[in-house]
Design a protein around this ligand. Sequence first.
Ligand SMILES: Nc1ncnc2c1ncn2[C@@H]1O[C@H](COP(=O)(O)OP(=O)(O)OP(=O)(O)O)[C@@H](O)[C@H]1O
Ligand SMILES: [Mg+2]
Length: 284
Amino acid sequence: MSEQEQIKELQEKVKNLQLQLRAQQKLASLGMLVAGIAHEIQNPLNFVINFSKLSGKLLEEMNEILEDNEESLSPEDQEDMDDITANLKDNLKKIEEYGERSIGIIRSILLQSRGKEDEFLPTRVDQLVHEYVWLSFHAMRANDKNFNVSLRESYPENMPQLMVIPQDLCRAVLNVMNNACYTVREKAKELGQEYTPTIDITMTFENETLTLVMADNGMGIAPEIKDKIFHEIITTKPAGQGTGLGMYLTWDIIVNKHKGKILLDSQEGKGSTFTFIIPAKSVK
Ligand SMILES: Nc1ncnc2c1ncn2[C@@H]1O[C@H](COP(=O)(O)OP(=O)(O)OP(=O)(O)O)[C@@H](O)[C@H]1O
Ligand SMILES: [Mg+2]
């Protein structure tokens, strides 16, 4: 290689590193923003849950008063009242249930954003993956109301906590999922009704090895870039829609940081399957 070429290659590397740095900084500030929002939402959400519980108690008291005065109501009115109170009870239960679920999501976001960089922590990886799969899906939907995909998820029963870097692993899942949502959406735009966008998520855990398979039936990846996406900053998306960093960073997270492997099987026009194989100690 001539000196000229070497200089050119080095300049290219510097450019790539600068891009990577900028994206990392963006992610870091976004992470702080998300943690801030999660923290602020926690309080009002607690109010929602507590008032719903309180209303449930008031409803019970009201019911008792009604029962004591049964004779003053006509049988039809009595029946109506019973229906209404049963409905109200159900509604309050739902408010409480979804409120608790939201609090759970917020807690796990806060937990992840609190983890130091590169810190291995006991993590419910199944829950983490599920949350980020849905996050990616809903983010895509927020931008495009027509976007829909048949999401199938399968996780092992009684999954133990595993030692992973939750802060990083969630980003790797998000990167793959964002690409999957993007490609099925593109294909749906092209093919319309005759096509059902599908994304399959399958997790297994055996012999202290976590395997996560994420398969889409999107556009697939051209052979000439398939081998490059993990090692070069490369994108086929229009300007402003992709930086080409997603898979590059994902390789760093799974292979360098977690000492795992990434397998990619893709056929143009048919879809792609990304598999993470990660050695991970379970916490007993
Ligand atoms: N599931 C997939 N289906 C089809 N093409 C994919 C898929 N995943 C990755 N690709 C291809 O690999 C390229 C690189 O992906 P990568 O995630 O690294 O960057 P990007 O998605 O273009 O941008 P970014 O993730 O930084 O927003 C994509 O531009 C796309 O061409
Ligand atoms: Mg991407």
